[in-house]
Each structure stands twice: as structure tokens, then as C-alpha cells.
Design a protein around this ligand. Structure first.
Ligand SMILES: NC(=O)c1ccc[n+]([C@@H]2O[C@H](COP(=O)([O-])OP(=O)(O)OC[C@H]3O[C@@H](n4cnc5c(N)ncnc54)[C@H](O)[C@@H]3O)[C@@H](O)[C@H]2O)c1
Length: 310
């Protein structure tokens, strides 16, 4: 099968592209390298350095005629989406609709859309949160991710375009850049390796920092492999359902590096949710997916990655 991966030079998209190639598929990558990196691009993939908003995206679709599209490209920063809403709308709505229009024009059979379970549910009353919970987004990024899902429903109804949505928790692992809320594992690891002490952001009533569901990229890749064949017209949370505070995360990383110092503390940033935790029973039942990598093992892979880069 020929699969076009948008954002395939980025952290998660490049790991997914590698796995698709490994599984014997042909892979085409479209990425404007705004946060992605050339070194992540598998040499066996066909690469177009291009913005998904570009009109010339139609030439890529016409030439490559992908069977499936896996959509990982996005503006990924929650604080930036609040500072500059239009930037987020352009990347995460306009660009996405441009991808969808091209899918319809060239007869793409299915799209896998990457949404954010860590963002779209907002401060959910259901905890851990299942897919049945009605999204209550509290950032521009979260609104646009949720709207992206709505487009899929329309395109399926109107044009018969098949889809699967994967709503990720906080993904971490090798190749993640240390920016944005989701990059905290990379950020802490990089800083500690440089001998610096990172800051744990927190709300006044939560001295240990925010609660998050950290899922390892290798497990997320497995979900993307399974979604090639399963989960038609369905939405799945992809996480661990294990709550971790930012402070616990800091100590888990510091311990593996043999560092015995308190972190700094600072106030939560715009758009930071107090807690997010996903229920992933549906992915277990329908996709046959479950997370296999514990936080400690995942952290050791991130440390190894940064040490190799040094
Ligand atoms: N990292 C997480 O914890 C997490 C959680 C939930 C959802 N997601 C989603 O997963 C996807 C991948 O995130 P990531 O963490 O790998 O981030 P990333 O920044 O590493 O990957 C995004 C990629 O998209 C590319 N890109 C951005 N805008 C583009 C555009 N307009 N045209 C073409 N390419 C563009 C970037 O250069 C980058 O390579 C995103 O859709 C993100 O919203 C990530």
C-alpha cells in the first residue's frame, strides 16, 4: 500500500513512517520542516518539503496517488495557539481541509487523523475520560483538533471517505523536541543532561504539578499500524490510563540520571489543563491495542537518544 504521511519529519510522524516502511508499505512524506527535522526522514521514503496549505499539494496527490493518508502534521503548541489563533486555524483547519479535498479528488481510500485526547476533553468531569465524553476544548489548539474530527464525519457522509481517529494522550520518546507542553520528557532530560535544573509548572492548589497520561511513542506507532486495517469510522483514545504528576516525572528522570536535586517551580502557563487521563478500553477491544512500555523503560530510551545525539 502507498501511504502519504503528513508531518513525517516530525517526532511521531517519522516513527510511524519508519514502521510503515518496515511493514513493507511505500511511504510519501509531506512536511514543511517547521518543527520537523531532515535527520528524522527515512531515506526509503519519498519526501516533499511542502506546506500542507500549499496549492501544489494537489500535484503531490496527483503524482503519488496514495491509497491512504496518515495526518500527523499540525501546529502543536497550546500556548502559541492562544497567542496566535489564526496561525493554528491556518495549519490545523485550512491545511487539513486542503488535505481532505485532495483525498477526495484522488480517491484516497482511508485517512488516519491524529487528534489530541490530552487536549480536546478540557477539564473533563469523567476521569479517566472515555471517547463518549463530549469534548469541552479549552484552547484554540484543542478546538481546532476537535473541529478536524468533525470534518471527517462530513467527508465520510458526503464522499464516502473512510477514516480512523486516534486521540493521543501525552506522547513521549526519541525524536521529540523539547518545546510545547507535550515535550516535557525531552525538555527535562535535555536540561538535566546539560547540568541544568528544569521548572515544574503548577497551579496553587496542585503543588506536584499537572497530572498527565504519558504514552510511549513505540506504542503509539503500533496503534497507527493497527488503524491501517481496523477501526473504520471510529475514534480511539491512545494512552495508558496511568496518572503521573509533573513532579513525579521529574524525579523519575532525575533518578535514572543519578541526580538528587529539587526541581524549580513556576506558575502554570496559558492553556495548561490541571489533569488529563484517558480511558483506552475501546482501543483494546476494537483495535486489539494496548500500551506495552512502562514510563521507566520509555525514559531510558529518551536518555539513550539524547546521549547518542551529544
Ligand atoms: N506529542 C504529543 O504528545 C501529541 C499529543 C496529542 C496529539 N499530537 C498530535 O500528533 C501530531 C504529531 O505531533 P508531534 O508531537 O510529532 O509534533 P512535531 O512538531 O514533531 O510534528 C509535526 C510535524 O508537522 C510538520 N508541520 C507542521 N505544520 C505543517 C504544515 N503546515 N505543513 C507541513 N508540515 C507541517 C512539522 O514540521 C513537524 O514535522 C500532531 O498532529 C499533534 O497535534 C501529539
Amino acid at each position: 500500500m502507498k501511504i502519504l504521511v503528513t508531518g513525517g519529519a516530525g517526532f511521531i510522524g517519522s516513527n510511524v513512517a519508519d514502521a510503515y516502511l518496515q511493514a513493507g508499505h511505500e511511504v510519501v512524506i509531506v512536511d514543511n520542516l517547521v518543527t520537523g527535522n531532515r535527520r528524522n526522514i527515512n531515506p526509503k521514503a519519498i519526501f516533499y518539503e511542502m506546506d500542507i496549505c500549499d496549492e501544489s499539494l494537489s500535484e503531490v496527490f496527483a503524482k503519488e496517488k496514495p491509497d491512504m493518508v496518515n495526518h500527523h502534521s499540525a501546529q502543536i503548541s497550546v500556548p502559541l495557539s492562544i497567542e496566535n489563533p489564526l496561525l493554528d486555524v491556518i495549519n490545523n483547519v485550512y491545511g487539513w481541509v486542503n488535505v481532505l479535498q485532495n483525498c477526495v479528488r484522488t480517491g484516497v481510500k482511508k485517512v488516519i487523523y491524529i487528534s489530541s485526547g490530552g487536549a480536546i476533553y478540557g477539564e473533563a468531569e469523567e476521569y479517566p475520560t472515555s471517547e463518549k465524553y463530549n469534548p469541552k476544548p479549552l484552547s484554540i489548539y484543542a478546538i481546532n483538533k476537535s473541529v478536524g474530527e468533525d470534518y471527517l464525519y462530513f467527508y465520510r457522509h458526503q464522499y464516502g471517505l473512510n477514516y480512523t481517529v486516534l486521540r493521543y494522550a501525552n506522547v513521549y520518546g526519541p525524536r521529540q523536541i523539547s518545546q510545547g507542553e507535550a515535550g516535557v520528557v525531552s525538555l527535562f532530560t535535555e536540561k538535566l543532561l546539560k547540568g541544568e535544573i528544569p521548572t515544574v509548572y503548577r497551579y496553587d492548589n496542585e503543588p506536584d504539578g499537572m497530572i498527565r497520561d504519558y504514552v510511549y511513542v513505540g506504542d503509539v506507532v503500533q496503534a497507527n499500524l493497527l488503524a491501517l486495517e481496523r477501526g473504520e469510522g471510529e475514534v480511539f483514545n491512545i494512552g495508558t490510563s496511568i496518572p503521573t504528576t509533573t513532579k513525579d516525572l521529574y524525579y523519575a528522570i532525575a533518578k535514572q540520571l543519578g541526580i538528587n536535586r529539587e526541581p524549580y517551580y513556576g506558575p502554570a502557563r496559558k492553556g495548561d489543563l490541571h489533569r488529563s487521563l484517558l480511558s483506552c478500553e475501546k482501543a483494546k477491544k476494537v483495535l486489539g491495542w494496548k500500551p506495552e512500555t512502562g514510563l521507566s523503560e520509555g525514559i531510558s530510551q529518551v536518555i539513550k537518544y539524547f546521549k547518542e545525539l551529544q
